[in-house]
Structures are given as C-alpha cells and as structure tokens.
Design a protein around this ligand. Structure first.
Ligand code: HEM
Length: 365
C-alpha cells in the first residue's frame, strides 16, 4: 500500500514577519560571538579563519550561528539501493546510483564547545553532489546539490520556532527565564525545561556509532517523511568516551585512516497528524508506527583527515553552507521549524560569507 498523502502544512497569519525577527535574533548571537572570539585573536579552525579575519573590513570572522564547532569534514559516497519500493523512487532515489558527498559533523551550540559536554543536538550534515533538477532557493535553482541535516535526537523539546527561538536566544540573557516565560507561557516553559533536563546524558563514544535524525519533515514527492541515519558500526566492549576537548573528531579521524564508516539512510512516511505531525517538532515519529525504510547507504570513505589534502577538505567544508532548503521542490522542507530555518540559515550564511554550492570537481591536493 502506498503511504498517505493526507499531510498538510498550517501557516498562521503573520508567520513570515515573525520568522524574520527570529532570524535576526539568532543573527545577533552570531555577531556577538564573532566579536567575542575575535578579541582573542586565535580562533577555532586554525589558519583559514584567521585569513578571513584579516580580509574582512570589520575584522570579524563569524562562524555558524548554531552548530558552530565543526568536529570533522570528510568525503563520502551516497549510494541509492536497488531495493526501493516503487512509491519511494523519487528524485535521486529514482534509480540505484552512487553520488559523491561532503559531510560535516558538528556540536549543536553557538560556540566552540568541549566535546565532553552532553549535547543532544550533535549533528551530521550531508551534501550530496551532482544532483540534477531545479532547486528551491531563488538564485540557486541550478545548484547541483541536495542536503540532509540530522541531529542526535529524534524530536526536539520545542513544538515550533515560537518556543525554540526564545529558549536559545534568551536563556543566558538578563532575566532570561522570565522573558522566556512571557513568550511561551508557564506550562510549556516547565515542560520544555523538564524535557531538556531529562534528556539521557548518554556518553558519546564515537560519531560513527550513533543514529542521526532529521527531527522534522520534508516532502517526498506526493508524500511526507522524516529521514535518519543508522550506523553499521558499534561501540567495542567497554569502549569509553575520549578525554580530550576534541576527542570526537580525533576518534572518527582515527577510524577513517584504517577503513570506511557506513550508515544506512532511510525514511519514515507520514501516517496521520497525531502520530506523525507536520507542525509539531516535539513529537517523535516512532519507528513501531512509522517504519524505517532503508533507501541508501552513506559511506565515509577511507581517508587521512590529518594529511594536507584532508585538512584542505575540512577547511573547505567549514566554509560551505548546509541547509535543508538546498533541495529540489519534490523534497521541500515542511512545517514551522523548517520554515524558520529557511530564513535563519540564509542570514547566518550571509554573515559568514559562505562559499557557493560546490559541484564535486573541487581538488584538495
Ligand atoms: C529539527 C530541527 C533542526 C535540525 C535537525 C537542525 C540541524 C542543523 C545542523 C545539522 C546544522 C549544521 C549545518 C552545518 O554543518 O553546516 C545546523 C545549523 C544551523 N541551524 Fe539548525 N537545525 C534545526 C533547527 C533549527 C532551527 C529551528 C533554527 C532557527 C530558527 C536553526 C538554525 C540554524 C542556524 C542559523 C545554523 C547555522 C547555519 C549556517 O551558518 O550554515 N536550526 N542546524
């Protein structure tokens, strides 16, 4: 049986103006953090940031507004399987094929966090290259890329941007909690705090052995889906998290010197608004209801990230922009959180002067 096509977006009046304001609030944090880190002269990500610092008239070298710390940037292959049901044969999934990809792993925060801190928003961003078709973002219609962004959590503590943005922009501001209370109401504020506090503080051993979730929906032809990555690698018996501030990138780098790291990429199709809501990002699309269907394999190829080409690649990937809206229309992001991201990523990317979309012919030697 084909999946349901009965999904719908609900866009309230005045949403667009609100989302612009939210993007501005996030942009303000990005600029503030850039000012702070520029004061310290030596910035994260070594030479390339310092080169950019010298080249900007304001002397700032802003990084990403969120997911600021890049843990590792690597090359990968995205292989569409030959076992897909007919209804899943959409866009790049229409036929079995291997695409080249760039992958960036990141922590969730707005600054360069220590990897030893728990982080439910730890993430992977995958940019599939040489993807045909007209893309959504005006001006980037011919961009040859399609991005998939995922975090560690299958759902967020926040229903929508009206909850998410006050929390991330006000939490450390003067009278922060009081101002959040005013924006989201007592009931939701307590529920969100409870959820954040009760998030399992699972020790992270490796970026290679955890699942990653879109935690928000996209169109999939006539259908709607969440997407996810499931690791093929497992933690060895007694494996412990590393003890250095950058251990996650170091650990993955070590694995890739010796071999590949593989994940299964798959989707869960929309069932109904209760179990698989489009507009409420706080509800997990549970796998016992919405089955995970594997569509592709993501292989981080064997590579030396400490070599000169490996470092050049990492720096290049840091300068790229990953955005769920980098996609053809048939994969358009859905729901309020996604619409909020459309404006927020644009502002962040403009501020940090990210590179244009790559086409896969880049050389790193
Ligand atoms: C389910 C929800 C979300 C997921 C899975 C997600 C995931 C990600 C990931 C993986 C990145 C890093 C991209 C990279 O490596 O370049 C990122 C960056 C970012 N996110 Fe989100 N995010 C979510 C929600 C949001 C929302 C609601 C906002 C704001 C309203 C937001 C704002 C940003 C910004 C501004 C960046 C930096 C963009 C750049 O400069 O390239 N995110 N997000």
């Amino acid at each position: 049986m084909n999946p349901s096509t009965n999904w719908a977006e609900i866009i309230n009046e005045g949403e667009a103006e609100k989302l612009e304001k939210y993007a501005e609030a996030i942009h303000a944090i990005q600029k503030k953090n850039a000012e702070k880190s520029s004061a310290g002269a030596q910035l994260p990500f070594k030479d390339w940031v310092n080169t950019r610092l010298a080249s900007r008239p304001d002397g700032l070298a802003p990084g990403r507004a969120l997911h600021h710390k890049g843990l590792l940037g690597v090359k990968a292959e995205f292989t569409v399987l030959d076992t897909l049901p007919d209804y899943a044969k959409v866009g790049i999934f229409a036929a079995p094929k291997t695409y080249q990809a760039y992958v960036r792993f990141s922590n969730g925060g707005a600054t360069s966090d220590d990897d030893r801190r728990p982080d439910q928003q730890r993430a992977i961003a995958v940019k599939v290259l040489q993807v045909p078709g007209k893309k959504i973002i005006p001006g980037l219609e011919n961009a040859p890329t399609q991005d998939f962004l995922m975090i560690r959590d299958p759902s967020l503590p926040f229903k929508n941007a009206d909850e998410f943005v006050p929390f991330i922009t006000l939490i450390s501001a003067p009278m922060g909690l009081f101002r959040i209370l005013f924006k989201v109401g007592l009931f939701r504020m307590l529920a969100i705090i409870k959820r954040v506090k009760s998030a399992p503080k699972i020790p992270m051993v490796s970026l290679a052995t955890i699942k990653y979730f879109s935690a928000s929906p996209i169109k999939f032809g006539p259908y709607a889906v969440h997407y996810a990555l499931k690791p093929r690698s497992v933690d060895g018996p007694g494996a412990q998290p590393g003890q250095t501030p950058n251990y996650l990138g170091e650990e993955l780098s070590g694995r890739l010197k010796n071999g590949t790291v593989i994940y299964d990429f798959g989707v869960q199709f929309f069932i109904d608004e209760n179990r698989t809501p489009i507009e409420d990002a706080s509800v997990e699309w549970k796998e016992d209801m919405a089955t995970f269907i594997a569509l592709a394999r993501l292989t981080l190829t064997r590579q030396d990230t400490d070599s000169d080409p490996g470092r050049n690649l990492y720096e290049f990937i840091e300068n790229l922009s990953f955005d769920p809206w980098h996609a053809p229309e048939e994969f358009r992001p859905l729901g309020n959180m996604m619409r909020a991201r459309r404006v927020a990523y644009k502002a962040s990317v403009k501020e940090r002067q990210a590179l244009p979309e790559p086409d896969g012919t880049e050389k790193f030697e």
